[in-house]
Design a protein around this ligand. Sequence first.
Ligand SMILES: C[S@@+](CC[C@H](N)C(=O)[O-])C[C@H]1O[C@@H](n2cnc3c(N)ncnc32)[C@H](O)[C@@H]1O
Length: 157
Amino acid sequence: MTFEPIGVVHSPFKTIEEMPIQPAGADAVAGTIEIRPDLVEGLRDLDGFSHLFVIYHFHQVRQTQLTVTPFLDTRPHGVFATRAPKRPNPIGLSVVRLAGIEGNLLHIENLDMLEGTPVLDIKPFVPEFDQPEQVRTGWLEAARGRVLNQKSDRRFE
Ligand SMILES: C[S@@+](CC[C@H](N)C(=O)[O-])C[C@H]1O[C@@H](n2cnc3c(N)ncnc32)[C@H](O)[C@@H]1O
């Protein structure tokens, strides 16, 4: 399986230290996604959507870790029960606000991605499709609200 990036993230975060750990903790953080010029046709009608799923490569991750102690707990968990970057396939998923489109540039807000992150795909966020009811959030129930202030350190480098 080989994927080619469709674009690249331009972000104010040049290193992972002290950056947000999720879009929910990155209010008003602005950046862009520069889409490959040959793919611009695929952006048609995206401007009608306020939020996007961005699917990307955690390109600075070098190892897999199947048990991780995530940013929002002091206890270990299986990596698939977390959003930690050191995954067997280091793929990230962020819901960001789409502030505007200029040519091949998507202006986005609520970034939790590093500068230079390769983007694999974008999809419109649709509450009717993507917002289930009666959600349980496992071990994260105990950390509710803390994502707003918790910043990244270098544990997943
Ligand atoms: C906890 S992950 C969550 C990312 C995404 N919202 C998700 O749930 O898949 C966010 C953290 O990943 C790290 N990170 C962000 N971009 C990265 C990249 N391109 N390569 C490696 N680590 C990255 C930073 O430590 C950041 O705080």
